[in-house]
Design a binder for this molecule. Structure first.
Ligand code: SF4
Length: 130
């Protein structure tokens, strides 16, 4: 705190897995991949949670993805971009024919949401602090 101004840093650590491949034994966090406490959160898991909590409405899904991944509400423009991305991903997955039998549920919309979750997890918001 300097004078009347308080500042803070938002620090996000999204641990998508606790499986350690190095094994330096420095910490108690890393687990062997066969450990009963090992976990791996994939984009399909993230998308399944979003579908469960937000339903099928694309704008609600975009809002939920932002809340979970970035800890904030999306702007109106981000909702518009997000819903457009979901439409485009779904169309691409439908064209590819790969959606059938995929782990996220098999339909193009489910694959699109998983792709969108993957995109947000790789967004620049994780690289740069405001
Ligand atoms: S600090 Fe923990 S997670 Fe990292 S390499 Fe060492 S044991 Fe593995």
């Amino acid at each position: 705190m300097a004078g009347e101004t308080a500042t803070f840093v938002v620090n996000r650590n999204i641990n998508f897995t606790n499986v350690c491949v190095v094994g330096c034994a420095f910490c108690g966090f890393g687990q062997g991949k066969r450990s009963p406490d090992a976990y791996l959160v994939a984009e399909d898991d993230f998308a399944a949670r979003v579908r469960r909590e937000a339903g099928a409405l694309p704008a609600a899904q975009v809002e939920r993805v932002y809340r979970i991944a970035l800890g904030r509400r999306p702007s109106a423009g981000e909702i518009e971009l997000g819903t457009e991305a979901l439409e485009r991903f779904a169309a691409a997955w439908a064209r590819s024919g790969v959606a059938r039998g995929a782990p996220a549920g098999g339909d193009a919309e489910a694959r699109a949401l998983a792709s969108y979750c993957h995109t947000i997890m790789n967004s620049a918001e994780f690289l740069y602090l405001d």
